[in-house]
Design a protein around this ligand. Structure first.
Ligand code: ATP
Ligand code: MG
Length: 725
């Protein structure tokens, strides 16, 4: 009973001795097993060598020398290996080679396998000692070494003679001792290996259990998050039904809020899974991140003022150029700032610090507050989905516990890291580190481009926590891009609320910025006012419709000028539709949808290969654009080095402009289109000329005939040789 705690104590000491900061469990187990094996071997040597020294010093000289050699190697190993942090397996393997070689020399000195007191069993045990290393290459190498020793000591034993003093009797006693002792070592190794396997199985089972629990927790959380708003909606509908006079207005507002909450929740969850699946693309530009952060913190000032919180922006540098994705940075910083402002009580302080880490290629963004802090036992979980600190202060505030999970994933996507320092006395600091690169194209910051959503910069309503959704920001993903050119902030806000779920919105305040945005983003559709400062809507429309980069984009003119004249001018300049203010929401939504659908009809027209080859298309800019592309492509059909770079240079457009315009006209990529064009041209040549298949393949840029035949068959279902002349 007493022995077990002592053994445990010893093992705990061995573990501590071999451990070092950062050593993982598996590595430590290997180190401990090898260390105990070495200690066991040393004990064996320490008992045998003095015994020989006392009872037969002269007769067993060779074995005493061997004992000294083993003792030196084993003691060195016991003291040195615990300090080694890398290449631990290799270290043990080298030790093994030294011991095996020393043993081989001793065996030869003692006259061979049969007369060396069972030293070959020692070699066998040394070979077995490599099992805990769990490295098949090392075990194989040790086995080969062992085989080498057996062969050498067997073949060369006739060149050596056994010392006369090593009588058969002593030899068999030694043989017995060595065999028994080494079997003990093998037994230890086998038992500890089994124990280790059991532990691993247990760990695996625990992991599965944890995973299951996490899944259950997630489901419980999700149902809870859905249930609360649904209950409110249900309650409100009942109230409206029974007492419409009193509840019609109040109730519908609450229902609207709750449906928005639900939608935001679903979007957040989708964003998170898209992030985790790696399906969230990065759109980085090189720009001044300090100005952008200043602008972001500015959007939170009114929220801070309402709570009497002092919000300070503390930049380390005046300007700092680096690559960053505006939208992602906006989500990260806005979520951190909204948390800080949400959880810090009135009269507190919130600081946003930004600057480059000295001598390191990293940019740091810190958001700190002197709020209630996060209890240390809760800190490890705050980046988990749906996790919320269960304190009175916190539960009074609305939220889903997804904000920080999103922050963590986004920072990961940007290649950075995020950590938190928090204490109940001094508040909370979130530190985001981002790698600094300067490879992306330059772009000026355009405020309003990535605006923190209104619900994030609004104050939570303490009386009705459920009603105020102070949750985190949502992404709009790969929806069609809608550019709104409008100078009224209110109308922009209204359009944003109306359309943000169906479109990725871009805003511009006047015709000039509208044009710039249209060229930068090549939106799928534009909604524009007519009367605006700097450049009016009609002039902007005129330029847009005459520029090859933007002529295909449908434009809806939205204006207070309902008179026939301006309507006709707008239509004359190429407006695709016209809506008078005040407009009907449904009507706007339907017209936008219809125009986008019309694009799809155009896709079919341009995307089909045969039509591409007919020349009788009606004359307009779209067609001339496609025709121009076709012309350039046809000129380069035979050039297999021709690529999108060259094409965009020839057309005087940027690659992304070309890509977006081409895609929105044909729903195909330029590369796919070029490929189809080459194959149709080949079909045409085969049908109308006397060229043979390989000549045609060369003419349309295929240097490999079997490639050509396969591609041709994929496209038309027949081999090129089957096309009749
Ligand atoms: P959401 O942001 O999804 O609306 P949330 O704010 O509750 O909800 P997170 O942003 O993920 O969720 O934050 C998780 C939890 O971490 C919060 O519920 C809060 O308990 C704690 N927390 C986050 N930031 C702070 C802070 N600055 N001070 C104190 N506690 C904080
Ligand atoms: Mg939050």
């Amino acid at each position: 009973m007493k022995g077990k705690p002592l053994l445990q104590k010893i093992m705990a000491w061995v573990e501590r001795f071999n451990d070092y900061p950062g050593c993982d469990r598996k590595e430590l187990t290997v180190k401990v097993q090898m260390w105990v094996g070495t200690a066991y071997a040393l004990l064996h040597v320490l008992i045998l060598t003095p015994t020989f020294l006392i009872f037969a010093p002269e007769a067993l000289k060779v074995l005493i020398g061997y004992g000294y050699f083993l003792a030196i190697v084993l003691i060195t190993s016991l003291f040195v290996t615990p300090w080694i942090k890398r290449q631990i397996k290799l270290t043990y393997f080298i030790q093994m080679i030294i011991l095996l070689m020393g043993t081989l020399i001793t065996i030869l000195h003692l006259g061979g396998i049969a007369t060396s007191g069972g030293l070959i069993v020692v070699c066998l045990a040394l070979m077995l000692c490599t099992v805990p290393l769990q490295d098949s290459r090392i075990s194989l190498a040790s086995f080969l070494l062992f085989t080498f020793i057996v062969i050498i000591s067997g073949l060369f034993s006739s060149f050596f003679s056994a010392p006369a003093s090593l009588t058969p009797k002593i030899n068999s006693i030694l043989f017995m001792i060595n065999t028994l002792s080494m079997s003990g070592l093998a037994l230890f190794l086998i038992l500890s290996f089994i124990a280790q396997q059991r532990k691993l199985e247990q760990l695996e089972a625990n992991k599965l259990k944890e995973l299951n629990e996490a899944k259950n927790k997630l489901f419980t959380n999700i149902t809870h998050e859905f249930r609360t708003p649904l209950t409110i909606i249900q309650g409100m509908t009942n109230l409206i039904k029974t007492n419409p006079e009193e509840w019609m207005e109040k109730g519908t507002v609450k229902i609207e809020n709750q449906t928005r909450n639900l939608l935001a929740l679903v979007n957040q969850m989708l964003d998170l899974s898209r992030l985790e699946a790696g399906a969230m693309p990065l759109h980085s530009f090189q720009s001044d991140i300090i100005s952008y952060l200043k602008y972001l913190s500015g959007s939170f000032i009114s929220l801070a003022q309402k709570k009497d919180i002092q919000l300070n922006f503390l930049p380390e540098n005046r300007h700092f150029m680096m690559d960053f994705d505006q939208e992602k940075i906006m989500y990260i910083v806005s979520n951190l700032l909204s948390n800080a402002l949400k959880y810090t009580p009135c009269n507190g302080t919130v600081e946003l610090y930004a600057g480059q880490m000295k001598e390191q290629n990293e940019f740091v963004i810190k958001v700190s507050d002197n709020g209630p802090g996060i209890p240390p036992e809760q800190l490890p979980f705050i980046f988990d989905r749906f996790f919320r600190v269960e304190e009175d202060q916190v539960t009074q505030e609305g939220g889903t516990g997804l904000g920080l999970a999103l922050v963590k994933e986004l920072v990961k996507l940007l290649g950075g890291s995020v950590r938190v320092i928090s204490s109940v006395e001094s508040g909370t600091t979130f530190i985001v580190l981002l790698p600094v690169t300067n490879n992306a194209p330059e772009k000026e910051i355009i405020p309003n481009e990535a605006v923190p959503p209104a619900d994030l910069v609004s104050v939570s309503n303490q009386e009705d926590v459920q009603q105020s959704y102070t949750g985190s920001v949502i992404f709009t993903g790969d929806l069609p891009i809608l550019l709104v050119v409008e100078d009224s902030t209110d109308l922009k806000l209204y359009l944003k609320a109306l359309l943000e779920k169906q479109y990725r919105l871009e805003f511009a305040n006047n015709g000039k910025t509208g044009l710039q945005k249209a060229f930068d983003h090549i939106p799928d559709i534009i909604v524009s006012d007519i009367m605006m400062p700097v450049l009016d809507g009609i002039s902007m429309l005129d330029i847009l419709k005459h520029d090859i980069r933007t002529s295909h984009i449908p434009v809806i003119m939205l204006t207070a000028k309902a008179d026939m004249d301006s309507r006709l001018t707008g239509l004359d300049k190429g407006a695709d539709d016209y809506l008078a203010k005040p407009f009907n929401e449904e009507e706007l939504i339907i017209r936008l949808r219809k125009l986008i659908e019309l694009r799809h009809i155009l896709h079919d027209r341009y995307a089909a290969g045969e039509q591409v080859l007919t020349d009788n298309l009606p004359e307009n800019l779209e067609d001339s654009f496609i025709q121009k592309i076709r012309l350039v492509m046809e000129e380069n059909l035979g050039d297999d080095n021709f690529d999108v770079h060259q094409l965009s240079r020839t057309l005087g457009m940027s690659r992304s402009q070309l890509y977006r315009k081409f895609k929105s006209l044909t729903n195909k990529s330029v590369i796919d289109y070029f490929w189809t064009l080459r194959l149709y041209k080949a079909q045409n040549l085969l049908q109308t000329t006397v060229m043979n298949v390989s000549e045609v393949a060369w003419a349309v840029g295929f240097k490999n005939l079997s490639h050509f035949s396969r591609a041709f068959k994929d496209q038309f279902g027949v081999n090129p040789s089957a096309i009749g002349k």
